[in-house]
Ligand binder design. Structure first.
Ligand SMILES: Nc1ncnc2c1ncn2[C@@H]1O[C@H](COP(=O)(O)OP(=O)(O)OP(=O)(O)O)[C@@H](O)[C@H]1O
Ligand SMILES: [Mg+2]
Length: 282
């Protein structure tokens, strides 16, 4: 069994009016099946409201299934007594770095998670060191987080999660509030954690360019998984993606248009280099 496995997972939100009366139901996850293997880097795409954040919240046992079952690291998320095992197995990183940083000194912030888990002090400092080094922020250990850039703050937030030694990190649009440099820093950091520490990564994003380095891409629509494959397999299906109101990376789109206009360019171009090669070849 994979590190994350969902079987017919359903989540229904109760819709309420201003007085709090139930007026309807939003089925945000609809019989969703999922199996993610340890060490995978999985990107999750989907139009607004497709259920991505709802799924992320289930992985951290913030939300419970209405129907069906979800296992995280072998624990059924409905089992109350394993809630901390689950939260320790799958760490969450959210969109806004400012909401995730609580301390006034970087290293204290990173040590906060393991301290809460009751890790002995010496071990906490070892983990703080190791995690800050892994995200390239060791030299900022005694700085104040509010002086850091958005990208640096997100890397500190990621270090805080790493310090709890999770098997899996779930990131819900971690780059949405960052500038292009900050976005690159964060993606580089999580890619390295995946490759070097073998941490399973689930990256929810609206930026197509961030998906290219993933092992696997999942496309969600209306609470279901509607496409699954390698980035190349997914981005080859331009029309299908448009059906789910998604774009492809700009260079893929350009290659697709050139191909449609009659040039014999290979399908599923993902980078500028690949496109240049194709054009030179012609
Ligand atoms: N607290 C809530 N109460 C009622 N309905 C909700 C609640 N949270 C989300 N929903 C609904 O559930 C569906 C899925 O929402 P979700 O936030 O999971 O989507 P998403 O894919 O993360 O979207 P986005 O890309 O905008 O972040 C949407 O129809 C949304 O309106
Ligand atoms: Mg969301």
């Amino acid at each position: 069994m994979g590190i994350i496995k969902a079987k017919k997972l359903v989540h229904e939100y109760i819709r309420r009016d201003e007085e709090g009366n139930a007026v309807g139901i939003n089925r945000a996850l609809d019989d969703l099946d999922l199996d993610i293997q340890k060490g995978d880097f999985v990107a999750i795409l989907g139009h607004n409201g497709s259920g991505k954040s709802t799924l992320a919240k289930h992985l951290n046992a913030i939300l419970m299934p209405t129907e069906g079952t979800l296992w995280v690291n072998g624990y059924d998320t409905k089992e109350e007594e394993h809630i901390w095992d689950i939260r320790q197995s799958a760490g969450m990183v959210f969109q806004n770095p400012d909401n995730q940083i609580i301390s006034t000194i970087v290293e204290e912030d990173v040590g906060f998670g393991p301290e809460n888990l009751g890790v002995p002090t010496e071990e906490i400092w070892r983990r703080v060191d190791e995690s800050l080094r892994a995200v390239g922020m060791l030299e900022y250990r005694s700085h104040s987080p509010n002086k850091l850039s958005g990208g640096q703050k997100q890397r500190v937030a990621i270090a805080g999660i790493m310090a709890m030694k999770p098997k899996c990190i779930v990131l819900d649009e971690p780059t949405a509030m960052l500038d292009p440099d900050g976005r690159k820093e964060v993606i580089r950091t999580i890619t390295e954690l995946n490759k070097q520490e073998n941490v399973t990564i689930l990256l929810i994003t609206h930026y197509m360019e961030e998906v290219i380095g993933a092992d696997k891409v999942i496309v969600m629509d209306q609470g279901k998984i509607v496409m699954q494959g390698t980035p190349r397999e997914i981005f080859t299906q331009v029309e299908e993606l448009k059906k789910y109101r998604l774009d492809v990376p700009q260079v893929t789109e350009l290659a697709y248009e050139l191909r449609k206009s009659g040039l014999a360019i290979a399908e599923g171009i993902l980078s500028v280099d690949e496109l240049v090669n194709e054009i030179t070849r012609l």
